[in-house]
Write a protein that binds this ligand. Structure first.
Ligand SMILES: Nc1ncnc2c1ncn2[C@@H]1O[C@H](COP(=O)(O)OP(=O)(O)OP(=O)(O)O)[C@@H](O)[C@H]1O
Length: 531
């Protein structure tokens, strides 16, 4: 006849043949120990992450409520279980009633009748190091020596260790696959966005640009009014066109009007149209841009420059979906999607009374921030190569950029953003004696840029040096910041800042209000740190 231990081991081995289910397998092992061998209340205690506690993770014959309340959990520095976990030795208490150090609550909780009870704990090892503890209780008098119990428990602990290892491996792999899947989905999403933006001639893949692309693509199919916020030359019109092309209105007109480019007295008739004889000079009926946009999209650029009187009229059109051309008594029904753009802070204009709050709410449903070029320097190389390619096609030339040219482009501030980059490349190319445009050539082209100012590229509250005009300002427009070209006298300021910040370039750049790349460029150009 087979020895009883052998029977238990064979039964336990059968459990391992089944498909992996760690809780069921371990509980099965504990059940066999109890039912076939009288080793009861088996439990597997595992250390809790970032704590000193050993938690019962699997058990057989213990009260669910007690387990839930964590009443069998022990401190790693406490009791027999803690000792086994710390030392990797066997823990044997032949009679818990005679052992004053034994954690009494364990027997109390497991409804000990008061007779003799032994407690045995063996380590679950991985490469000789304890990763948990298997413990059981043996009640009443047995003839069987404890050695036999311990041998069997060692085999059970080895099996449990194996199950835990495989389980952990599967958990890790699954986690890894889930993460990989997520990052794959993310790249596919970014890839998808890149494709869409490229299809509309929007180049760049910086996170700041992708945020803007994501926001616009998300709402393109709806009729929600989008407000594009960004400095001059950041691509507001390009984005407006992309929204239109991506919308169900793409087959209908995209009508664009720049409220800042048209004198206030002409803007009304441009937008709303007029009838013949409505005012002096109105020699015939004129259809306004709003009616032209019927069925399609109306893009109102520089909306902040719209006079208050026209704002009221535009609000009415948006509310009633009807236009009253100047001089006409008949309203014309219109259905269009409105997209607006501004480089000024419209909220500030509302506070100053220069822009109507109700109109602001109507238009500012989906604000999209278009990042200035200096906040997405990683896109400059791609843009520069693209524009140079366009120039080569246009002028039938073969210009190229020298390796050192990119650093110059990336170190510049670009107050005029992408449009300015286009212009600088064109000037540098056309004035170059050779086809290879190097850093010096670009510096020359940029130096002549410094005398040009870019209208209101800074938002009014952003800096004291710029006061962006309100829409009703008759005063000449204030200009944005001047170009930040590297100047000799900057060296002392940069040196002082670097010394104040213990050479922390990021912090120095932040305090100097320039980007890290710009700081590094200046450090290099001015030879700071070389002497
Ligand atoms: N992401 C981009 N990729 C390629 N070209 C771009 C991108 N963004 C803008 N451009 C180009 O830069 C120039 C300026 O763009 P756009 O007119 O759309 O800017 P804007 O913000 O509307 O400028 P403004 O406020 O001065 O009217 C255009 O020639 C446009 O084609």
């Amino acid at each position: 006849m087979m020895k009883r231990e052998l029977v238990v081991i064979l039964e336990m081995a059968k459990l391992l043949e089944k498909p992996l289910d760690a809780p069921r397998t371990i509980q099965g092992i504990l059940r066999l120990l109890s039912q076939l061998y009288g080793l009861n209340c088996g439990r597997v205690s595992l250390p809790e992450a970032n704590s000193q506690s050993l938690q019962v993770k699997y058990s057989y014959g213990l009260s669910v409520d007690d387990l839930k309340a964590g009443r069998f959990n022990v401190d790693i520095n406490q009791g027999v279980t803690g000792y086994v976990m710390r030392t990797g030795s066997i823990g044997l208490v032949p009679d818990v009633n005679d052992e004053p150090l034994f954690v009494r609550r364990i027997t109390e909780l497991s409804h000990h009748s008061g007779g003799r009870m032994a407690f045995i704990a063996v380590p679950i090892l991985e490469s000789g190091t304890p990763i948990g503890v298997l413990s059981v209780q043996r009640e009443g008098m047995h003839e069987r020596p404890f050695d036999e119990d311990i041998s069997l428990l060692r085999v059970a602990a080895a099996m449990i260790g194996q199950v835990l290892r495989i389980h952990q491996f599967v958990v890790d792999q699954t986690e890894h696959l889930v993460k990989e899947n997520q990052s794959l989905r993310h790249s596919i999403a970014v890839e998808g966005m890149l494709k869409q933006s490229l299809a509309h001639g929007i180049l760049g893949s910086s996170p700041a640009l992708m945020d803007a692309v994501r926001s616009t693509i998300q709402v393109a199919h709806s009729d929600a009014p989008v407000m594009l916020l960004g400095e001059s030359g950041t691509g507001k019109e390009k984005f407006a066109r992309m929204i239109h092309q991506q919308s169900d209105r793409r087959e209908k007109p995209f009508i664009c009007i720049n409220c800042a480019a048209i004198p206030a007295d002409l803007l009304e008739s441009e937008l709303f149209g007029h009838t013949k004889g409505a005012f002096t000079g109105a020699s015939q009926n004129k259809q306004g841009k709003i009616v032209q946009a019927d069925g399609g999209t109306l893009f109102l650029d520089e909306i902040g420059d719209m006079p208050l009187s026209l704002q009221a009229k535009l609000l009415r059109v948006l509310q009633e979906k009807k236009v009253d051309p100047i001089g006409s008594h008949d309203s014309v029904a219109v259905d269009f999607r409105v997209i607006t753009a501004t480089h000024v802070n419209l909220q500030a204009s509302v506070n100053q009374g220069a822009f109507r709050l109700d109109l602001f709410y109507r238009l500012h449903v989906v604000p999209v921030h278009l990042p200035p070029l200096r906040e997405r320097q990683e896109d400059i190389r791609q843009l520069a190569l693209h524009f140079l390619n366009e120039l080569n096609h246009h002028y039938e030339r073969n210009w190229s950029l020298a390796a050192d040219a990119f650093a110059v482009l990336e170190g510049f501030d670009w107050p005029g953003n992408i449009r300015q980059l286009q212009n600088v490349l064109e000037r540098a190319s056309l004035t170059s004696d050779q086809e290879l445009i190097d850093a010096d050539k670009l510096r020359q082209a940029l130096a002549s840029e410094s005398s040009i100012a870019i209208p209101g590229n800074r938002q009014p509250q952003a800096t004291a040096e710029v006061a962006a005009p309100g829409p009703s300002d008759n005063a000449p427009r204030q200009y944005g910041r001047s170009y930040n070209w590297v100047q000799e006298d900057e060296a002392d300021r940069i040196r002082a800042m670097l010394s104040q910040t213990n050479n922390n370039q990021s912090e120095a750049a932040r305090r100097l209000n320039i980007s890290l790349r710009q700081l590094r460029y200046r450090v290099d150009k001015l030879g700071i740190g070389r002497n």
